[in-house]
Design a protein around this ligand. Structure first.
Ligand SMILES: [Zn+2]
Length: 161
């Protein structure tokens, strides 16, 4: 049995904040504004898993007005949602994600993100795809004002259940 989910996430880019994507800190003069660590890629994947489970969205499970989630490590939120999927009898089949960011270029960091995400999701790294695109100078991404991530996740019934 299969279930598919879609997720996306946008964060404003500001000075003096770390740029964290897929749990990897990317050297940059600016980073994501946000209540948590602002990891747009991990938030998009987390939302996609919740979507596949028909379990609402990340804001329902981790409200951003709760002090508990201030500067939260988004990988921990992702791990909790993967655990929720497991409770429902599902595991990750595969993930495909795209990060839209004008600069810096992410190519050299993509494999580290895939490794980290795979570890957190108990998945094979070969099942976790992360792609990077720029905004071609257009819109909020192109102006360097925002980072946007999109993700699609396919869940399959766990072998163990
Ligand atoms: Zn977010």
């Amino acid at each position: 049995m299969l279930r598919i989910g879609i997720g996306n996430d946008t964060h404003r880019l500001v000075a003096a904040r770390p740029l964290i994507l897929g749990g990897v800190t990317v050297p940059s003069d600016f980073g994501s504004e946000g209540h948590s660590d602002g990891d747009a890629l991990t938030h998009a994947i987390t939302d996609a898993i919740l979507g596949a489970l028909c379990e609402g969205d990340i804001g329902v499970h981790f409200p951003d007005n709760e002090q508990l989630w201030k500067d939260a490590d988004s990988m921990q939120l992702l791990a909790r949602v993967v655990w929720l999927a497991k409770e429902r009898g599902y595991e990750i089949n595969n993930v495909d994600a795209t990060v839209m960011l004008e600069r810096p270029r992410l190519r050299d960091h993509i494999d580290a993100m895939r490794e980290k995400l795979a570890q957190t999701m108990n998945a094979d790294v070969a099942a976790i795809s992360v792609k990077a695109k720029t905004g071609e100078g257009l819109g909020a991404v192109g102006r360097g004002d925002a980072v946007i991530a999109y993700a699609v996740v396919l869940l399959q019934a766990s072998h163990s259940k």
